[in-house]
Design a protein around this ligand. Structure first.
Ligand code: ADP
Ligand code: MG
Length: 697
């Protein structure tokens, strides 16, 4: 028989196919998984009050005796009240239950119960509406509250967890944190922690459990990250002795900003000697990161090496491919040799893919641009010297490691537009040197941004037409959020239909007579390419698009953007979207249309109107959304944490402590192979399984 923890949750009494399926939706399939489903809050039933002691207006637990059985009263169709009096020697209260025959039937006159809820009314007449009611016996303790769903209430989960814990007590559980380490750090055992996180005896027990579990979670995170990043700094990198960036800048149609020139110089200095470069180029949208990457790649290639650039979407990869080929490929009229640029995406026809891979392996393609398809097997470089990831925040941390593994200690350049809080930067990029592009190319004016409600839509369209009439271009972004899956966009059939619908309505209505195009993630790659090319070439005036254009798309003549249902987007995303305009010498405008009334949405839109500063936006984002979401995988490619909060509070101290510990653990046992580390290694694999196992080795 497998150890209890690896058993399917179906082994638990009370879990049948239906509940198992619901659990599985949350990624819970074994008893062990279930025990790691931590409560999101607690109800303290441990010290029941008398009716007279109970405070008004806040949740509490009262011990009282039902004086009468509940009386049923039908108020109207679909609303039945059950009322009864409950009390003790000192006072009494009226208890009302709504439509819950089941709960009412359990209440017997003369029996004593625990009531959990909020007391209302006044001193002469106390009442409690819809309290939770449990028999006195065995219930006076702290109760866990779990996330719940239709068919899986917190109480049901609590019972399942209780049975799972019984199994754990019987069979024991391997503890990822070895005994000596626990003793040294003053941490309780895993069994104790799991028991107390679900059913704490008291507040201190809960604190001990939380501390121990957060410690474990962060240690596991650190170990995983360190192993991903463990590129030997001692190894020497490819030496790039000759600096060819002056030749490159001479080809550019513009003059580099000071920040761009500094960033390039930083990279060239890194690559001259010593360990491979690991550098983050951080610059707000539109700061000109591509040119920096191209210049550095150019130098590496002229020194006889290959370079790879990975972008998060096909549209962006195509665009880089086009602009880099134009810039770097030779001019036969001038007798120039030039650089051969290749493109690799998931949708390349098989024949072209074969051809590309062969040319790559032969070293003929010198710069390969692509999506995460670059990571796939069979993509072999002859002499990979430089790896660049564009818009790194859209990749998982492990993906840059995977790409780097395609060469022998290649130099690494990571580009990101998302300004992130310092703590998060430390986690994601702690091993990188940083160059900041803190200067925008000259002549840019901030994008004027307005938030309006739907009644102003026609006026907004009129304003767009005015710009189109002057030869400029624009975007209308539909609120069809496309989810990222393996770097590819997906769109449901329903929203797909409405994207098409929106485009048709606009083309036949307010934008009749203009050239209107449509771009969404479900289109065939050749279609996408055709539309993007036409838009870049100025053959389309107005592009109706989904969030596929969120990152990287660069058409400087596009100066106006309307974002429909703007409240549906997060701040970071709005900032990225808005970054598609304001990229050239024309003053640009962004109009956010939203009828939302809720405070948070209004606040977000206000922030957008007030500032173009990515760092301020990131800070506001963190404040508004809270750390849970912010640290979520969608934003930054980190595995999501269950308990720890890294937004700058107390858990940061644990974070730093675990960082030291992880380092010394890996020094002793680099592959975590020792028996006493087996359970720990398993947890590392489990946490990073969400982000792709292969990245770990
Ligand atoms: P991002 O940092 O958002 O990736 P890009 O590299 O796409 O920005 O550059 C944004 C736009 O600015 C592009 O059209 C690019 O050609 C242009 N650009 C970049 N550097 C300069 C510069 N020094 N002077 C003028 N335009 C520039
Ligand atoms: Mg870019």
């Amino acid at each position: 028989m497998p150890p209890a923890m690896d058993n399917s949750i179906r082994a638990l009494k009370g879990v049948g196919d239906r509940r198992a399926a619901l659990f599985e939706k949350w990624g819970i399939s074994t008893v062990g998984d279930l025990l790691r489903l931590y409560p999101r809050d607690y109800e303290d039933w441990s010290h029941p009050l008398t009716v007279g002691e109970a405070p008004f207006g806040e949740p509490c637990c009262i011990r009282a005796t039902a004086l009468r059985a509940p009386a049923e009263r039908r108020i109207r169709r679909g609303l039945i009240l059950y009322k009864f009096e409950a009390g003790d020697a000192g006072a009494r209260m009226t208890v009302t239950l709504f439509n819950s025959k089941y709960a009412a039937d359990r209440v017997k006159a003369g029996e004593t119960y625990l009531f959990y809820g909020v007391v209302g009314g006044g001193f002469t007449h106390r009442e409690m509406s819809s309290p939770k009611i449990e028999p006195e016996e065995g219930e006076a303790r702290i109760h866990p509250l779990y996330r719940s769903t239709e068919g899986l209430t917190s109480r049901v989960i609590e019972n399942c967890v209780a049975r799972g814990l019984e199994g754990m007590e019987r069979e024991g559980l391997p503890d990822p944190l070895p005994e000596p380490l626990r003793r040294q750090e003053g941490l309780c055992s895993l069994t104790e922690a799991l028991r107390s996180i679900h059913f704490p005896a008291d507040q201190p027990a809960l604190e001990r459990a939380r501390y121990r579990l957060i410690f474990e979670e962060l240690l596991v995170l650190q170990l995983g990250l360190l192993r991903l990043k463990s590129r030997s700094r001692a190894a020497s990198g490819v030496r790039i002795l000759q600096d060819y960036t002056p030749d490159f800048t001479a080809r550019l149609p513009f003059i580099l900003t000071g920040a761009q020139a500094r960033a390039m110089a930083d990279c060239l200095r890194d690559m001259r000697a010593g360990p491979p470069m690991s550098r983050l180029i951080q610059g707000d949208v539109g700061s000109g990161k591509t040119a920096v990457a191209a210049g550095v790649a150019y130098s590496v290639i002229q020194n006889g090496w290959q370079a790879a650039m990975m972008a998060p979407t096909e549209i962006l990869a195509e665009q880089h491919y086009k602009s880099l080929s134009a810039l770097l490929e030779g001019n036969p009229l001038l007798g120039e040799e030039g650089i051969r640029v290749g493109l690799l995406t998931g949708s390349l026809p098989a024949a072209r893919r074969r051809e590309t891979l062969a040319a790559l392996a032969a070293g003929e393609i010198q710069l390969l641009v692509g999506t995460h398809a670059l990571l796939s097997e069979g993509v072999d470089f002859a002499r990979l010297g430089l790896v660049i990831t564009d818009e790194q925040h859209r990749f998982g941390v492990e993906q840059r490691a995977l790409l780097a593994a395609k060469g022998d200690n290649p130099h690494l350049m990571v580009m990101s537009a998302t300004p992130i809080p310092r703590t998060l930067a430390l986690i994601l990029y702690g091993d990188l040197d940083v160059s900041v592009l803190d200067e925008l190319p000259p002549g840019r004016t901030p994008v004027a941004t307005f938030a309006v409600d739907g009644r102003k839509r026609e006026r907004a369209y009129g304003y767009v037409r005015k710009h189109l009439d002057q030869g400029r271009q624009g975007y209308i972004v539909c609120p069809l959020v496309e989810e990222q899956e393996n770097g590819e966009e997906t769109l449901t059939a329903a929203s797909l239909a409405s994207a098409v619908e929106v485009e048709r309505k606009l083309a036949e209505g307010p934008f009749r007579g203009y050239r209107v195009g449509l771009l969404h993630g479900r289109m065939k790659p050749v279609e996408k390419e055709r539309v993007m090319n036409a838009f870049s070439a100025g053959e389309i005036d107005l592009l109706v698009a989904t969030t596929v254009i969120e990152v990287g798309v660069d058409v400087p003549n596009a100066v106006i953007m309307v974002i429909e249902n703007a409240e549906r987007f997060g701040l970071a995303q709005l900032h990225q979207l808005r970054g598609r305009v304001g990229r050239g010498r024309y003053a640009s405008t962004c109009i956010l249309i939203s009828d939302a009334q809720n405070e948070e949405a209004v606040r977000r839109l206000k922030v957008m109107c007030e500032t173009n500063d990515g760092f301020r936006i990131a800070d506001e984002d963190l404040k508004l959304r809270g750390p849970g979401d912010f640290f979520g995988r969608r934003q930054h490619g980190l595995p999501s944490l269950r308990l720890a909060d890294l937004s700058g509070g107390g858990d940061m101290r644990v974070f730093q402590r675990t960082q030291q510990l992880a380092r010394s653990l890996l020094e002793e046992d680099p592959a975590l192979e020792r028996t006493e580390h087996a359970a720990l290694a398993q947890e590392v694999r489990r946490l990073f399984a969400q982000v792709g196992e292969q990245g770990l080795n």
